[in-house]
Design a protein around this ligand. Structure first.
Ligand SMILES: NC(=O)C1=CN([C@@H]2O[C@H](COP(=O)(O)OP(=O)(O)OC[C@H]3O[C@@H](n4cnc5c(N)ncnc54)[C@H](O)[C@@H]3O)[C@@H](O)[C@H]2O)C=CC1
Ligand SMILES: O=C(O)CCC(=O)C(=O)O
Length: 446
């Protein structure tokens, strides 16, 4: 239910951003949480902080022409939405996927404002990407696309302005090509302009692993708050990309058994626990489909075209894409003995699914809190770049774990403060919002 004032703001968002359904969904979820804050802080409403937060500071849309290996010309569309810079330079990843359009980039950028605020680090919110599909493209094609994308993007970004990173379809290979082109065009070795870089040219230890590791640490804290742990728990993960792979790795180190993971073709079920070396070989080296996993590990089964959420598990860690858990999926998961959900992906659960989890008393960690370890470690990468320093793996992982513990504790404390104990959604939205709102008030009408 939306507070009356917030309902009018939401209607205005719908009117001003027609057809951008994912953006509407993300805005609504935040507005549903912050009603009680307005009662305590009338100054936010007087200064129209919420209306301003819902309007990006800047939206950039550009043409990205490139040639494939046969010489054919292709035209894609590039985006960068610089949403909010009250806390620091715009910060957020780039997504390359055919489904990308303005509504997706705005939902991701909007989420990023509150997520980045929750990290406690000085980073604003932004996001970008393209409807380019890297699937099946050669390294040369991906490089030419990235170079063309950066040939426009470079003028909008900078260490103190806007700092992109990876997201779906953008990993170490793409970040290398993007940074290489930025360096070439600007003639500046500005390491802090992009994060997720390779370790040999200014990247930070643990950034590759950070989102999955961080999400696992967050779930570890949620389980601890309920007097239990990962030890011996049956865990289901969706996706098999960056977030999923390092979630599986850390969950296994923490004593859980990940029995299933997926890609857009289906899921694998491996009752002995996912063989991570094999999964990394198939996904990171061969860039192949998941059915290959079952071909090489005969006791595992590949189930094509079905949702991984039909596999029973006590812990679910969605790490693929938005709206992948429907209300129906959530009800099945609860009936199958689910106790906790940690969202590695951004907005993977539909509003109906969230309602099911919350009504069933599941420990539900929303993406903007649970997956904040990726961007937090990006901020640590910026810190190391600025000081020309390079930390060890152990120290970086320890910082990540502290940050995730702190986010977890603040979400719980804020939910308590507002009379909604155990509600991580309310805790994350309110705590993330307050910090941005206070900074916006302090900075005047900008
Ligand atoms: N990479 C990062 O540091 C962060 C990523 N995220 C979010 O995590 C999610 C995954 O991102 P990455 O792992 O980086 O991307 P990725 O490109 O490395 O992997 C995406 C995975 O999701 C799978 N997938 C996509 N659509 C699917 C579908 N409809 N059904 C089943 N599987 C599907 C793909 O097959 C692939 O395995 C996204 O929501 C992203 O926004 C969130 C925070 C940080
Ligand atoms: O590391 C970053 O800057 C962004 C990571 C990201 O895209 C996200 O948190 O969704």
């Amino acid at each position: 239910m939306l507070h009356e004032k917030l309902s009018a703001i939401y209607d205005n968002v719908l009117r001003r951003n027609p057809g951008e359904i994912e953006f509407h969904q993300a805005v609504r979820e935040v507005l549903e949480s912050i009603g009680p804050v307005l009662g305590k802080h009338p100054e936010y409403a007087e200064s129209k902080i919420i209306e301003r937060i819902c309007e990006p500071e800047r939206q950039i849309i550009f043409r990205v022409p490139w040639t494939d290996d046969k010489g054919e010309v292709h035209i894609n569309r590039g985006f960068r939405v610089e949403f909010n810079s009250a806390l620091g330079p715009y910060k957020g990843g780039l997504r390359f996927h055919p489904s990308v359009y303005l509504g997706i980039v705005k939902f991701l950028g909007f989420e990023q404002i509150f997520k980045n605020s929750l990290t406690g680090l000085p980073i604003g919110g932004g996001k970008g990407g393209s409807d380019f599909d890297p699937k099946g493209r050669s390294d040369g094609e991906v490089m030419r696309f990235c170079q063309s994308f950066m040939t426009e993007l470079y003028r909008h970004i900078g260490e103190y302005t806007d700092v992109p990173a990876g997201d779906t379809g953008v990993g170490g290979r793409e970040i290398g090509y993007l940074f290489g082109q930025y360096k070439r065009i600007t003639n500046r070795y500005e390491s802090g302009v992009i994060t997720g870089k390779g370790l040999v040219y200014g990247g930070a230890q643990v950034r590759t692993e950070a989102t999955g590791y961080g999400c696992s640490f967050f779930v570890q804290e949620m389980l601890k708050a309920r007097g239990t742990s990962f030890d011996g728990k049956r865990v289901v993960v969706s996706g098999s990309g960056n977030v999923a792979i390092y979630t599986i790795e850390k969950v296994e180190q923490l004593g859980g058994v990940v029995v299933a993971c997926s890609d857009s073709s289906g899921y694998v079920l491996d009752e002995k626990g996912i063989d991570l070396d094999l999964l990394k070989q198939i996904k990171q080296v061969e860039r192949a489909r998941l059915d290959v996993y079952a071909q090489r590990r005969p006791h595992a089964t590949f189930v094509p075209g079905r949702s991984v959420w039909e596999v029973p598990g006590e812990v679910a860690m969605p790490s693929a894409t938005q709206n992948e858990i429907t209300g129906h999926d959530a009800a099945t998961m609860v009936a199958n003995g689910l106790i906790a959900v940690g969202e590695g992906a951004n907005m993977p659960t539909t509003p109906e699914g969230i309602k099911v989890f919350q009504e069933a008393g599941i420990a539900y960690g929303p993406g903007k809190a649970a997956n904040a370890g990726g961007v937090a470690t990006s901020a640590l990468e910026m810190q190391q770049n600025a000081s020309r320093d390079s930390w060890t793996f152990e120290f970086s992982e320890q910082r990540l774990q502290e940050i995730m513990r702190d986010i977890h504790d603040r979400c719980l404390a804020t939910a308590d403060e507002y009379g909604m104990p155990g509600n991580y959604v309310a805790g994350a939205n309110i705590d993330g919002f307050r910090r941005v709102a206070d900074a916006m008030l302090a900075l005047g009408l900008i």
